[in-house]
Design a protein around this ligand. Structure first.
Ligand code: PEP
Length: 266
């Protein structure tokens, strides 16, 4: 079974240099309270991963790669493999919409990366979600169906236990860059989460569909944390720009902890 923990992942994208990343980690580790009901993961750039892995207290935070290549080694200039990331990170984002849409990653690339992460003992966070056009044309369910079927092809039920899914509507990612964040309606999120769990049920059965961890991402701010986490089946959040400031991110973590406490009381 997936744990009841809220999983909160900070995706720093191509922001924060080595010095800034180290200062951020120092600052956040001083103020963060470790709660057993919340798992916190930081996804810095590849350049800073190794030094942060030496600095991080794994009881406070886990680390994630934002990307990697699926072969374990070889003549792939400029790439980093999951084998090389083994021991440095505990998680890795796979198929983030910026990788799919800016760098043309296909479902085949995504599926190879999911498998590579698993064989290297790294939990893949499989990112899926529809574009604005697909949303406007009521294609959300189809996109979720295709991206899950494509990304999870050849993954066994046992391997699926290591996989986290992040549903992120592409039209809501970094929309407004902090000034006017897009808020996705809770009904839209519910519909998408139902589609995700139905597809997992279809592929792997009822038990797997209930236990897989599914996160929401897309312009999450401190103000929207409680709303998204209060939805049934939303097990955590993937946070981009709002995670770039340690104070703001810490507020998000505290709100996630409060949501986890509220879940327990129900
Ligand atoms: C993301 O990068 O996955 C993300 C959700 O970004 P933002 O919070 O900026 O929309």
């Amino acid at each position: 079974m997936a744990s009841d923990k809220k999983l909160i992942i900070a995706n720093w994208k191509m922001n924060l240099d080595m010095h800034e990343a180290s200062l951020y980690l120092h600052k956040l580790s001083k103020m963060v309270k470790v709660h057993r009901d919340t798992e916190v993961v930081l996804a810095p750039t590849s350049l800073t991963l190794q030094s942060l892995s030496l600095q991080v207290n794994l009881k406070q935070f886990k680390l994630a790669a934002q990307n990697f290549y699926w072969r374990d080694s070889g003549t792939y200039t400029g790439e980093i493999s999951a084998t090389q990331l083994r021991g440095v990170v505990q998680y890795a984002l796979v198929g983030h919409s910026e990788r799919r849409h800016i760098f043309n990653e296909s479902d085949k690339d995504v599926r190879n990366k999911v498998a590579a992460a698993i064989r290297n003992n790294i939990r893949p966070v499989l990112c899926i979600g529809e574009t604005a056009w697909e949303h406007a044309n009521n294609e959300t369910k189809d996109v979720i169906h295709d991206q899950l079927a494509g990304g999870l092809a050849n993954i066994t039920g046992e391997e699926l236990e290591k996989v986290v899914i992040a549903y992120e509507p592409v039209w809501a990612i970094s929309a407004g860059l902090g000034s006017t964040p897009v808020s996705v309606s809770l009904d839209d999120v519910k519909l998408a989460f139902n589609a995700v769990r139905n597809q997992i049920k279809h592929l792997y059965g009822q038990k797997a569909s209930e236990s897989i961890q599914v996160l929401y991402g897309g312009s999450v701010t401190g103000d929207s944390v409680a709303d998204y986490l209060s939805l049934p089946g939303v097990n955590g959040l993937l946070v981009g720009w709002a995670s770039l400031n340690a104070n703001t991110f810490n507020e998000i973590l505290e709100k996630a902890h409060k949501s986890a406490l509220a879940d327990k009381k129900e």
